[in-house]
Ligand binder design. Sequence first.
Ligand code: UDP
Ligand code: MG
Length: 320
Amino acid sequence: MELISIIVPCYNEQETLEDYYREISIIRGQLLQMECGLEVLFVDDGSKDQTLKQMKKLAEENPWIKYLSFTRNFGKEAAIYAGLTHACGDWVGLMDVDLQDPPALIPQMLATLREKEYDCVATRRVDRKGEPVIRSFFARAFYKIMRHISDVEIVDGARDFRLMSRQYVDSLLKLKEYNRFSKGLFGWVGYKTKWLEYENIERTKGETKWSFFKLLMYSIDGIVAFSTVPVRFAAWIGLMFCLLAFVFILVIIGRTLAFGDPVAGWPSLVCIILLLSGIQLFCLGLLGEYLSKTYLEVKKRPIYLCRETNLEGASDGKQG
Ligand code: UDP
Ligand code: MG
């Protein structure tokens, strides 16, 4: 019989875990009728509440529930990577525990993948209902910028909820980078993806773990990981200002020869110095972003550390 492994990253999710378990159990029954088994792999991303305890209890009662717990909070990307490494199903799914990703779509996803026309069925939400306006605005702007500066397709509104073929997951696992930006990695590996659309569903219980600042940092990570346009942009600005300066020099020489050299114009000089040093520092910062990411990359630290698990032969997420 075929097997689906569903990876579920959890961070302080004691309110939602039980509800998720109830829903996914129903779907498991439906999948068994389609002659497909289901295992759930909960990845506890260093939760500080009762999440791990609940996971262990569920795992004791159900042999199809696995868990893997990190030594601290390594972030959702690390949890996804840990899940992908340990999922052994013929099909591998990824979803949030807060029921914002409807489990009822899984049988439909499986049916699509079984036709072998697609390697992955992914989901995107068509609206951002219930989200703060300013957050939606920045999210839209991010996707628009990304479309222009990156070769990799990053779909607006794409959620992490997806079901993938074994081959697709094996390809994903070949990307062992430390700065993981899954939305980009999914696009980078290529293959054929079918997109299912649904309206945004609000979190049932608990709270979102993503503050505006955390999302902003995440988007910068995404840009640095999937585009080198910003550093090239620095070079272009530099070149443009050199040309401008050259023209100015000619104008000033001409003016001095014609009208002499009256001492004036210091306010404009201050403005120009301020502008240029601002641009220089900005570009230096851009370079620094790439350099710091490279620094983290060459250190080859493990992507996560596992404290406890009921998986056999679990390993820490070493790179390379
Ligand atoms: N999550 C995680 N580690 C983190 C933050 C979040 O594993 O550091 C998990 C969280 O438990 C949930 C999923 O990632 O299952 C999505 O998080 P959340 O619902 O807070 O994000 P949102 O849906 O608001 O984007
Ligand atoms: Mg959520």
